[in-house]
Design a protein around this ligand. Structure first.
Ligand code: G3P
Length: 229
């Protein structure tokens, strides 16, 4: 399973890319607004840090304007993925961009029917928003299950399922069990994946027992080296 990070915060991206776990980045207009930067610079800076796909979303809502914005965004770097909303104009834009071999992430997906349409127009990625479905009393992960099932019936659909609007580690585990291709994680959730209280407690016990021995692996190695000289 691939891990993308859902942020436009360069410090977070830099910090988490050092873990070697990041396969890509997703942004949206709200995240760009939160970063305080201009979208062209922010996306260029992210692309300097990450070699995997970086989603940059168009903000126009009509086909011609979406195409013009997509052209500008796709010229920023070769790894830019154009993000379009799941609307009629968004899917028209997706189809044309895919014919030009430009990668497209279709976002704001809330139903299996919408995911099927995105698959039909050759989207590179479909982004179902699981957290926002949970927020209104639904079960976001049921949608992932349905999309995995539908796409698996049609080998000609190459669209990758990018689970978005992830709120907690359980979303990630459920998505992995279902075989979703990618999760895009807020930095906080990625950090939560590392954590387990028994890891912390176990490490603390090991270290306090170790301290009692008075040993240091590096000092012992140094002593050995000197003795052999
Ligand atoms: O980037 C799209 C998506 O992940 C947004 O998530 O938390 O705003 O519902 P959220």
């Amino acid at each position: 399973m691939k891990f993308f990070i859902d942020t436009a915060d360069l410090e977070e991206i830099r910090d988490l890319s050092d873990t070697g776990l990041l396969d890509g980045v997703t942004t949206n207009p709200s995240l760009i607004a939160k970063s305080g930067g201009n979208i062209l610079d922010v996306i260029a800076n992210i692309c300097d840090l990450v070699s995997g796909p970086v989603s940059a979303e168009v903000t126009a809502t009509e086909f011609d304007a979406m195409m013009s914005e997509a052209k500008v965004l796709s010229e920023i770097a070769p790894n830019v993925v154009i993000k379009v909303p799941l609307t009629v104009d968004g899917l028209k834009t997706c189809k044309l961009l895919r014919e030009d071999n430009i990668e497209v992430n279709v976002t704001l997906c809330f139903s299996a029917a919408q995911a099927l349409l995105a698959g039909k127009v050759g989207a590179s990625f479909i982004s179902p928003f699981v957290g926002r479905i949970d927020d209104i009393g639904g079960t976001g992960m049921e949608l992932i299950d349905e999309i995995v099932d539908i796409y698996s019936q049609y080998p000609s659909i190459e669209t990758e399922i990018l689970v978005a609007s992830v709120r907690h580690p359980n979303h990630v585990i459920e998505a992995a069990k279902m075989g979703a291709d990618i999760v895009t994680l807020p930095p906080k959730v990625l950090r939560q994946l590392f954590k387990h209280p028994l890891t912390d407690r176990g490490l603390s016990d090991f270290l306090s027992d170790w301290e009692k021995t008075g040993q240091s692996i590096l000092n012992l190695a140094e002593d050995r080296k000197k003795a052999a000289e």
